[in-house]
Ligand binder design. Structure first.
Ligand code: MG
Length: 260
């Protein structure tokens, strides 16, 4: 789940993780990865987004994990399901059915022994447009590039630059109103991790940080608006949006993806 951009009132404190804590997050990450892999395989035409939430919830129960999103600021479900022009934070509903040609973003997090992991994928269902396939590919590539920049000694702006430049070269735009985030003992920790930025600027990255890097990429303009349900973010121009996310630990050996 992405974080709303807020101006912090107090000085920012980045919670560092020990190797033992990273190992706990790895367990949460494995559950998130397993759930998303299962959902990707199961997703089909005619399913409701509420069905998807039910599958996600039972996967958590089987794996002794707790939902990270259910109840977070009163979010009413365990997973965000955002279809086509929905960017992020779509609320599962029995009335919303998956159709042939949809692109479905699944954003999912869990808690194991007090530690969080968070990840997202966008899945094409049936026959989708060439533009949709390109958007999905470029968004996933931009995440990989962002992760490759998550090196001790680099800065936050290097991650944002890697994501933004790749998406804009393809003719797409990155969302500004939501950002990635630190993660660990809470779903959203410092620092904020924007999907835009300048090389060599911002907070310096050090081993022991854990970040949820999550490009939200629009086929058209970057502007979004929030629906009356107060959660679902949609593109202002009605064009498609895609979302990929991993929880990543910065280590001396390079970035470790905890939700692969
Ligand atoms: Mg997130």
């Amino acid at each position: 789940m992405s974080s709303t951009v807020l101006t912090p009132k107090s000085p920012r404190t980045v919670e560092m993780k020990t190797e033992k804590e990273i190992a706990m997050m790895r367990r949460a990450g494995a559950v998130v990865a397993g759930a998303l892999a299962m959902l990707r395989k199961t997703l089909s035409v005619g399913m409701s987004t509420k069905d998807i939430d039910g599958l996600a919830m039972s996967y958590l129960e089987k794996n002794n994990a707790k939902p990270a999103f259910l109840g977070y600021r009163d979010f009413p479900a365990s997973i965000c399901v955002s279809i086509n022009s929905e960017v992020v934070h779509g609320i599962p509903s029995a009335k919303r059915k998956v159709s042939n040609g949809d692109i479905v973003s699944l954003d999912f997090g869990c808690i194991v022994d007090g530690f969080y992991a968070d990840a997202a994928v966008t899945v094409p269902v049936g026959k989708v447009s060439d533009e949709a396939l390109k958007l999905i590919r470029v968004t996933e590539e931009s995440l990989e590039r962002g992760i490759a920049s998550a090196l001790a000694g680099n800065r936050l702006g290097d991650i944002g630059f890697a994501v933004q430049s790749h998406c804009e070269q393809a003719g797409f735009s990155v969302v500004r109103d939501f950002v990635g985030h630190g993660i660990g003992r809470a779903l959203h920790e410092e620092p904020q991790v924007p999907n835009y930025g300048k090389k060599g600027t911002g907070l310096r990255l050090v081993s022991g940080m854990a970040l949820a890097i999550e490009p939200m990429v629009n086929a058209g303009g970057p502007e979004v608006r929030i629906l009356d349900d107060e959660w679902t973010a949609v593109t202002r121009d009605g064009r498609l949006s895609a979302h990929f996310e991993h929880t990543v630990a910065i280590t001396d050996k390079g970035p470790e993806i905890l939700t692969r």
